[in-house]
Design a protein around this ligand. Sequence first.
Ligand code: PMP
Length: 412
Amino acid sequence: AAPTTATEDVTAANSQDDKKLLGSVRHGPPAIVEGVEGCIGNTPLFRIKSLSDETGCEILAKAEFLNGAGGSPKDRVALSMIQTAEKEGSLRPHSGDVIYEGTSGSTGISLATLARARGYLAHICMPSDQAMEKSDMLLKLGAVVDRVPPAPIVEQGNFVNRARNLAQARTASNNSPADKSSAASASQLTSTDPTSEAGVVTGRGFFTDQFENVANYAAHFNGTGPEIYAQCGGKLDAFVAGAGTGGTISGVALFLKPRLPDIKVVLADPQGSGLFNRVRYGVMFDIKEREGTRRRPQVDTIVEGIGINRQTANFEAGREFIDDAIRVTDAQAIAMARWLVEKDGIFVGSSSAVNCFAAVKTALELGPGHRVVTILTDSGTRHLSKFWAMAGDVGGTVDTKLEDVLNVKSDI
Ligand code: PMP
């Protein structure tokens, strides 16, 4: 009999709702699409040969770095947040409206790209310790970029709070100029918001708020999750991903769990993040049982884009479907990133390396014969000056063993 496509296998076994969602998953070469937006989603799922051979499992990578607008899964999220805001009337194309976001970079790049395509200006606030490649790229895209000193979320100077405050100030100043408090905001805006100095004064501000805006995980529930399910023909044993906002892991988990109740959803968490404890113990504190104290982890990481110390709406939306968490150190992330280059020619950024490390651990726990899916979020080219500067060059004649990667000495 002629082989059926993965989509046919899956849709045959599922409801009308599934058919609708899965019907949008493309197979074969895509038809001509509309602009950069048409290049978002339907990314390949490929087998990582070295890790599959070593573990006896099938380790599959969703190549999200191939999203064709900003080169990361944040393309899906940016499009979803912009479309939702347009539907609600909070953003009006070609009106002078300005999109504000606090981001480690990826979401900013996706927003700035789509802002160009839809006639908005983007104003991106990011912590100053993130790789320069990302802010340089944002400037090339014509975004206004604030690199602000890293600060806890409880402080107004925090990159997320700054983006929210600037958006509110712009909207207030342009909606009701007679209002005294808005006038105060407007003068504050002029002195602190370079978007005003860029000559854009007519539009409103809109804070996309990727951490709390549920249009974020909806993009993964409607796109990434159904795509993985269809590409696997409905057969997978584990899904492993890190969380920066939680949108990816929640959206994919919420889609997969009802269809595959036995699937194991695993959080890959970098050192210093509180989410490991949130998944394991329900709280975001390190519980030092012996000392009887509770404290937040205060460990720095060179990994960008994942790991947080607060509960976001997007993470909490899917938390009950996350079965376990694996902590990955910087040293382990570096060892895995180098392995992927050495063995497979896969050149990715730090969060992808964390994901792959945790995917291997998950595969070894499950035992041979299982299928584990993870995400490759962005290219190593975004991380040359920081993560890859630490990781160094991968020599031409090395022959690393997976044990060496798994047992690498932690640097903390
Ligand atoms: N990797 C990178 C490079 C990112 O920028 C992000 C998002 N901040 C993630 C992974 C995590 O994705 P999510 O926000 O969906 O949890």
